[in-house]
Design a protein around this ligand. Structure first.
Ligand SMILES: [Zn+2]
Length: 138
């Protein structure tokens, strides 16, 4: 039982684009990067060209603390691809700055995961890309 704390051979991975590259470059450096609107200060994730709140552009890239809580989650027992080892947890993380991202909660028995638990980002080196994932903190 790995609980997705190690990259699996053949795992399908995100493909960085010109727009999302700063997010992935940051992850490779151990920094969780998110866009922020310079006008209304809204955090924007997933990466966009313009602010969805006020339409300002360009957006700025800032570093998140990587600290948050589990907003919602599901435990996957039938993986979408053979390279994923079930069971594992896909979760929406509420970052302390007030934005959300979909990720995995790693390193813990999925049966013990609950909404509201505190988590912190860590980075999973998968070769071509480094994935931000979250681990419970107490
Ligand atoms: Zn804005």
């Amino acid at each position: 039982m790995s609980y997705v704390s190690a990259p699996a051979e053949g795992r399908p991975l995100p493909v960085p684009t010109e727009l999302s590259a700063p997010h992935w470059d940051g992850a490779r450096e151990g920094r969780l990067m998110v866009q922020q609107c310079p006008v209304c200060e809204a955090y924007v994730f997933i990466p966009r060209r313009a602010c969805p709140q006020c339409l300002a552009e360009p957006l700025e890239w800032v570093e998140s603390s990587g600290k948050g809580t589990i907003y919602s989650y599901t435990i996957i027992h039938r993986p979408p691809h053979p390279a994923f080892e079930p069971p594992f947890c896909a979760a929406i993380i509420a970052l302390e700055e007030g934005w959300h991202m979909l990720s995995n909660v790693v390193g813990t028995d999925p049966a013990t995961i609950a909404v509201g638990q505190a988590v912190a980002v860590e980075f999973l080196d998968c070769g071509e890309v480094t994935l931000p994932v979250f681990r419970r903190v107490n």
